[in-house]
Design a protein around this ligand. Structure first.
Ligand SMILES: Nc1ncnc2c1ncn2[C@@H]1O[C@H](COP(=O)(O)OP(=O)(O)OP(=O)(O)O)[C@@H](O)[C@H]1O
Length: 733
């Protein structure tokens, strides 16, 4: 047997066997052991010594009865005669030789790694599972056998231990003050420390583990604060004109809103609150401050006494510094210390009550100062009269000389700059209403008033406390009389984006530079264009920005519909589309009992006349405002409850709708609170124009409707993007 085995095994280290050799080997083996082969294998071929053919695994079956090692078969074999043991030995030898290296050629050197459960072949896995199933099941009462029960209970214990440990770690970490997202350094240091720590047992291992967990947590926090992907805009990005305002800046509003939810919480003077409820808000009692008012009023309220006035520069010093005789303002610009005043930027959506947010603290501050000054003057006067009395007892009783000239004449405490005379009237009217109870003097200066009227308003015996005017008028007056702004402590630039643009900044900037005693410069706007942002950053780097959460977003209560005039209905006729829309508005039942107001915005002044004429010919009450018309009277019908006289509405045939056709002249600041419908006849050039035009409707929480007419020349992609952004309630760019 051993000789056969030796012969069958080649001398080299990698023996290999072919199926015919094996068959012959088997035959010889059986004949030596005097056994009967199961099949007929009488003919034998000569041996190959090294030829190789893989033996099919599992096919080899020396005896059907011995293929299974059941106890019965074994006993049968054992009791089958004297050759039983030898036969079993032969089987064993054969199996060890042939059966083991299945499917693999023996000449290949393959190091077979012991199989772990993970790298078991599917066949082995199946057989293992079969073995496991064969184990006797012991019912533990819970529907599982003892083994499964033991495993599950061990798992459970392990799991609960793990959970408990994690919970403990987490509790310890969270109980510490949470690191800010800007503290990136400690996290990095901890990480590097973790890398160089040796793996030997450490007494502080627990503490280090905690720190590592904290560092991991910080890593997670850092990841959380990675900048979100920038939303892609196509056309809007191309036309982008608005500055990006961070969400952090916007979030501050919410905190302010919660803190100041009534006007009484602002610590205003009682007369200011009374004037607000009685006159400014049309007798509406108990109205709440708007978000911008909650944010701005407490910041601007100033209860400190006014600082002493700086003396006017002497004539000599004035001449010394005056290098350019053609620039009279140069001296004031040179003299003015840089950033000696505080700068604020109020930015909030249209129709959110920005005007009251700066008017209320301004009037309150001036009133407080006036009351304080009065007390000081009274005290001085009584002291002076006492001295005079004492002196009069033993000197000549001489009366004090009469005051020949009041140096405060024509020197207001505050100046409010607005771009148009319509806005002068609007803001001036609000100031006048409030000052009736607060008792301050306010005046308006615009091209609507003659020179004589302006002179008497400014230079008559009692000087106005606040003047409202256009930069053009104020610049001309202060240029001729620079000391007029000597007492001015507050300058407010409303619609700041307009007043600092190319056309106005040459007037606005010199006015600011002439105010030598300026304490506060307040800029106010519904939009912050990139140009304004750059200007403020460069010129007033310490400017405090008071920005509301919804800045640059058109409120969702305004619905915008797009009308494609290229369709079959209008065939590219925009005028017809506009008239049809007006007719639809006239026929609907949205404003029962009221005259419906429609504002039509066009891009060019020439288009105004064309559209107005067409609408009038179609029978509508259409009117346009331009530089030559009496716009104040026309706007009254759209801004207040008061109706315009019928003389302004020529060609009244279709009652019910009043239409105003205008350019951007009426798009900024005009409080058209009665307007529900806006038609954008042309697509606005920028997002800024979109915001201001749509902002004429849906004011102060009211609902509004808008239509935009697009034709083949319009940028339809841009309109689509604006509409989508409005729908999502996001800020335009
Ligand atoms: N707290 C308030 N409650 C109710 N109404 C208010 C409140 N504050 C202001 N209003 C009213 O809201 C309207 C709009 O105010 P205002 O003109 O100041 O808005 P705005 O933000 O300046 O708008 P725009 O950006 O278009 O100039 C005014 O009629 C004003 O009387």
């Amino acid at each position: 047997m051993s000789s056969i085995l030796q012969r069958s095994r080649p001398t080299n280290t990698t023996p290999s066997v072919c199926i015919s050799c094996l068959a012959r080997l088997r035959q010889q083996l059986y004949s030596q052991l005097q056994l009967q082969l199961p099949g007929n294998h009488a003919t034998a071929a000569p041996f190959h010594s090294t030829t190789i053919t893989p033996f099919p695994r599992g096919k080899w079956n020396p005896s059907p009865s011995s293929s299974r090692s059941s106890p019965n078969s074994r006993s049968r074999n054992a009791g089958g005669g004297g050759g039983g043991a030898a036969r079993a030995q032969g089987h064993k030898a054969l199996r060890s030789m042939v059966h083991k290296p299945s499917r693999m050629t023996l000449s290949e050197k393959v190091a077979r790694t012991p199989r772990s459960p993970s790298n078991l072949s599917p066949r082995d896995k199946r057989s293992k599972a079969f073995e496991r199933r064969q184990e006797p099941a012991v019912d533990t009462g819970g529907g599982m056998n003892r083994r499964t029960f033991r495993l599950r209970s061990e798992d459970k214990q392990q799991y609960s231990r793990e959970t408990e440990r994690r919970r403990r770690d987490l509790k310890e970490i969270t109980s510490r003050p949470s690191p800010s997202r800007f503290q990136q350094k400690p996290a990095l240091e901890l990480k590097s420390e973790r890398r160089i720590t040796p793996s030997k047992p450490d007494a502080n291992a627990g503490e280090k583990a905690e720190r590592r967990l904290a560092a991991e947590k910080l890593d997670g926090a850092e990841k959380k604060y990675t900048r979100p992907p920038v939303r892609r805009f196509g056309q809007m990005k191309h036309i982008a004109s608005l500055d990006h305002v961070s969400s952090r800046t916007r979030e501050i509003t919410h905190a302010a809103e919660e803190k100041f939810n009534t006007f009484e919480t602002f610590d205003l003077l009682p007369q200011t609150v009374e004037a607000l409820y009685t006159d400014a808000l049309d007798g509406l009692e108990g109205v709440a401050p708007t978000p911008v008012q909650s944010l701005v009023i407490p910041t601007l309220l100033d209860k400190s006494p006014a600082p002493p006035l700086k003396p006017l520069p002497s004539e000599n010093s004035r001449h010394k510094k005056h290098k350019d005789p053609l620039d009279p303002d140069q001296f004031y610009r040179d003299e003015q210390p840089r950033q000696s005043f505080k700068t604020y930027l109020i930015a909030a959506e249209t129709g959110s009550g920005k005007t009251l947010s700066y008017v209320l603290p301004l009037m309150d501050t001036l009133k407080r100062r006036e009351l304080l000054q009065k007390q000081i003057d009274d005290a001085k006067r009584s002291e002076h009269s006492e001295i005079l009395e004492q002196k009069g007892k033993w000197l000549f009783d001489i009366a004090p000389p009469p005051v020949t000239q009041d140096i405060t004449v024509g020197k207001p405490f505050a100046v409010i700059l607005v771009p148009t005379s319509e806005l002068v009237f609007q803001v001036g009217s609000l100031l006048k209403k409030l000052s009736f109870i607060i008792k301050l003097r306010t005046e308006m200066i615009s091209k609507d008033f003659s020179g004589a009227v302006i002179r008497s308003r400014l230079f008559k015996s009692s000087t106005p406390d606040i003047i409202v005017g256009t930069p053009f008028m104020i610049d001309r007056i202060t240029e001729a009389n620079p000391s007029m702004l000597h007492r001015t402590s507050h300058i407010i630039v409303d619609e700041a984006d307009s007043l600092f643009d190319r056309s106005f900044s040459t007037l606005t900037a010199p006015i600011i530079s002439r105010a030598l005693n300026l304490e506060k410069l307040i800029l106010c706007s519904a939009t912050i264009p990139k140009s304004l942002d750059t200007y403020i950053t460069q010129k007033y780097p310490d400017c405090k920005r008071l920005v509301t959460a919804n800045l640059h977003a058109v409120p969702r209560r305004i619905q915008l519909q797009v009308i494609d005039v290229m369709g079959n209905l209008y065939k590219g006729n925009k005028l017809m589309a506009c008239a049809h829309l007006c007719q639809k508005i006239a026929n609907d039942s949205t404003e029962p009992g009221f005259a419906k107001r429609v504002v039509v915005f066009v891009n060019e002044r020439e288009t105004t006349d064309e559209v107005t004429k067409y609408l009038q010919e179609t029978g509508f009450n259409a009117v346009s405002i331009n530089r030559d018309s009496d716009s104040r009277k026309i706007l009254e019908s759209f801004t207040g409850e008061k109706e315009a006289s019928t003389a302004d509405w020529d060609g009244v045939r279709k009652g019910g709708v009043k239409i105003l056709v205008t350019t951007d002249l009426a798009s900024r600041g005009v409080d058209t609170k009665n307007v529900k419908n806006v038609i954008l006849y042309d697509v606005p050039y920028t997002s800024i124009d979109f915001i201001h035009r749509l902002g004429r409707t849906g004011r102060m929480g009211r609902r509004g409707r808008a239509w935009i007419l697009v034709d083949k020349d319009s940028n339809q992609e841009y309109v689509k993007e604006v509409r989508k952004t409005m729908f999502l309630g996001q800020a335009l760019i």
